[in-house]
Write a protein that binds this ligand. Structure first.
Ligand code: ASP
Length: 585
């Protein structure tokens, strides 16, 4: 038997027991006549003791152990003289009678401590050592707990977890597919699923009624910060439901997770239309942990001779409460912030509502104190507040102001990671115009149903941009953690949708024929959604990066620096696949 107990298990009540532990040497402290070894495994750390009564051979053996050696220790559990209340095993130690060296170890390239001296790249290269560290291990434990909660919750609601294929057909909509060549079918390729979307809809046609899967998805996108080419979704689909049923079901799941993981209870999650989200927050995923809602000012700022405002499509601002004492320097920094290329504003106007009731603004030349008071009233501002205003083309300006709002939220400490503000954003537009290809794309995906009351607009191409979808996102703290829609289950409507997206009948048949065909055999009304599981874990773990919650993530260039993938393959493999490389770089 390698061990009788784990390294996190022994307590004072075990004193006197003869036990065997096995684990990694975390640290050796050698005080001559006394020697301590911290022995670590996944469950904790137990202190091993050698003292003046110990066999000198044993002491000599212990002196040969380096960091991360794998050893087995037999001995007696004793009460510690100086207890350590910070560790669960801190009341006891193990007086060792026998060691067995199970394996030696090279000196690790960084310290296996909570705060390591290893940089990001090094820790990723030796991820198996990184995972030995508490913070990383705890993240994986959190992920496991979340997955179990999700499975049990959904299973109790009659959802079946059903696996769908990983080698599927490539579809041109959505992101770029990762493709896999087929040796048996030369010149043909599988794609890795971006999501099991079509399969889960087929499962509804198949009468499975309620499906879920914690499933890997693949998207070959240019990697933005904190995106992974492979990531995990909690993918769900239900039959005979309306939007309300879907929102309630998955709000229930989210509440269950909050309760079990965080001990938090919520009333009904607020809901906001996409229109309002854009109008009041300049984002389809507003962080509603704090206010600073946008205030539109066109009716109170125009016509006073300030050309920039007079000519702007939209003048819109936020009120930073209690910030009227911001210094020149701070205001300059905010102006610099909005002018950065990532934000892209031309400049920023400020209006200070001083505590003495007077005003100071960057546009005093054009606006009298009375004018500024009217503006302040529009904001509902009080003495002591600071109003920050941007102007320009409406949508662009809103997006810029969103960046400024979030920045102010950060500066004022209003984005506390321990506070959770979930929100449903509903009524997304069905279609999105793409300038580059001069066509509409499905904002969610081509199977998303328009709102029934907007369906007629599909017949009028000038109105396509106005059609609302029965599509929804679940947002937490400004992060989109999930989204889904009511699906089209009627073949005629689906055909119409494909035409709208510029598909010919043949093209639609070629790409989606199998789904369309299935819809002719009694497809039930159905709907669903998918949560980004990695993102959900990072949110519950209070961390920004999803990488921390993935055992073996890729780096920002999409590489696994540990295994060295992606990598070239052997000429024989290429020959077998009948693939000739013609690399341009
Ligand atoms: N398949 C969708 C996605 O990956 C989610 C859904 O509509 O259920 O975003």
């Amino acid at each position: 038997m390698y061990r009788t107990h784990t390294c996190g298990e022994l307590r004072l009540a075990d004193a006197g027991k003869e036990v065997t532990l096995a684990g990694w040497v975390q640290r050796v402290r050698d005080k001559g006549s006394l020697m301590w070894i911290d022995l670590r495994d996944r469950y904790g750390i137990t202190q091993l003791l050698l003292d003046e009564n110990s066999d000198p051979k044993l002491v000599e053996q212990a002196r040969s152990f380096g960091r991360e050696y794998v050893i087995q220790a037999k001995g007696t559990v004793i009460e510690r003289e100086s207890k350590n209340p910070k560790v669960p095993t801190g009341d006891i130690e193990l007086r060792v009678k026998e060691f067995t060296l199970l394996n030696s170890s090279k000196t690790p390239p960084f310290t296996i401590e909570d705060v390591s001296d290893g940089g990001d790249d090094l820790r990723m290269k030796y991820r198996y050592l990184d995972i030995r560290r508490n913070p990383v291990r705890q993240n994986l434990e959190l992920r496991h707990r979340m997955a179990m909660l999700v499975r049990n919750y959904l299973s109790n609601l009659n959802f079946l977890e059903i696996e769908t294929p990983m080698l599927i057909k490539s579809t041109p909509e959505g992101a770029r597919d990762f493709v896999v060549p087929s040796r048996m079918n030369p010149g043909e390729f599988y794609a890795l699923p971006q999501s099991p979307q079509q399969y889960k809809q087929l499962l509804m046609v198949a009468g499975m009624d309620r499906y879920f899967q914690i499933v890997r998805c693949f998207r070959d996108e240019d990697l933005r910060a904190d995106r992974q080419p492979e990531f995990t979704q909690i993918d769900c689909e239900m039959s005979f439901v309306e939007q309300e049923d879907v929102l309630n079901t998955f709000e229930g799941l989210a509440k269950h997770l909050f309760k079990e993981m965080k001990g938090l209870e919520f009333d009904q999650f607020p809901r906001m239309t996409w229109q309002d989200a854009m109008k009041y927050y300049g984002s389809d995923k507003p962080d509603i942990r704090f206010g600073m809602k946008f205030v539109e000012l066109n009716d109170v700022v125009k016509g006073k001779g300030f050309g920039l405002f007079d000519n702007a499509d939209l003048v819109v601002g936020i009120n930073a409460e209690g910030c009227s004492e911001y210094t020149r320097k701070q205001l300059d920094q905010l102006t610099e912030f909005v002018k950065r290329p990532q934000v892209g504003a031309g400049g920023m106007v400020y209006v200070k509502y001083n505590t003495d009731g007077t005003f100071k603004s960057s546009v005093d030349k054009f606006y009298t104190p009375d004018d500024l008071k009217v503006i302040a009233d529009k904001f509902g501002a009080k003495p002591g507040d600071l109003m920050l205003i941007l102007c320009g083309e409406a949508m662009k300006t809103r997006v810029q102001l969103n960046a400024l709002r979030l920045e102010m939220g950060n500066q004022l400490g209003l984005r506390n990671p321990d506070v959770y503000a979930p929100l449903w954003v509903i009524d997304f537009p069905l279609l999105e115009w793409d300038e580059e290809t001069q066509r509409y794309y499905a904002m969610h995906h081509p199977f998303t149903a328009p709102k029934p009351e907007d369906e007629a607009l599909l017949d009028d191409p000038t109105k396509w941009g106005d059609i609302r979808a029965n599509a929804y996102d679940i947002v937490m703290n400004g992060v989109e953690v999930g989204g889904g829609s009511i699906r089209i289950h009627d073949r005629t409507l689906q055909n119409k949708m494909f035409h709208t997206l510029g598909f010919t009948d043949e093209k639609a048949q070629e790409q989606f024929g199998f789904l369309m065909g299935a819809f002719e055999y009694g497809a039930p009304p159905h709907a669903g959604l998918a949560f980004g599981f990695d993102r959900l874990c990072s949110l519950f773990g209070g961390a920004d990066s999803i990488r921390d919650f993935i055992a073996f993530p890729k780096n920002n260039a999409g590489r696994d620096v540990m295994s060295g993938s992606p990598a070239p393959i052997a000429q024989e493999q290429l020959d077998e696949l009948q693939i000739k490389l013609d690399l341009k770089i």
